[in-house]
Design a protein. Structure first.
Length: 99
């Protein structure tokens, strides 16, 4: 995608019975974030998303943070071609800033 291009987002609503909400919030905190992280981990594990796509879905600043989320969900990231290209682009960007 080109830089400056607007990204649309899908909104998903979860219906949770009131009697379960308090216990779930105590355990998971922000239920929306917890649900999105669980979806991202499941999608990554089933090869529906790459690590870079997980990073973008969760709006994380780095692939390392995306990897940490996956690890918290028991999913151990591997390295895809897209991940390597994203890493190379990030390194190139850092090198050009340092010059």
């Amino acid at each position: 995608m080109t830089q400056g291009m607007a990204h649309s987002r899908m909104i998903v609503t979860l219906e949770i019975p009131d009697e379960l909400t308090s216990d779930l919030k105590l355990k998971f905190g922000n239920l929306g974030s917890a649900a999105l992280e669980a979806l991202a981990a499941e999608a990554y594990e089933k090869d529906a998303l790459s690590l870079e796509q997980v990073r973008r879905l969760l709006d994380l600043p780095s692939r390392w943070e995306a990897q940490a989320v996956l690890e918290r969900h028991g999913v151990w990231p591997g390295q895809t071609v897209e991940d390597l290209v994203a890493d190379l682009n990030a390194l190139e960007s850092l090198r050009s800033r340092a010059s």
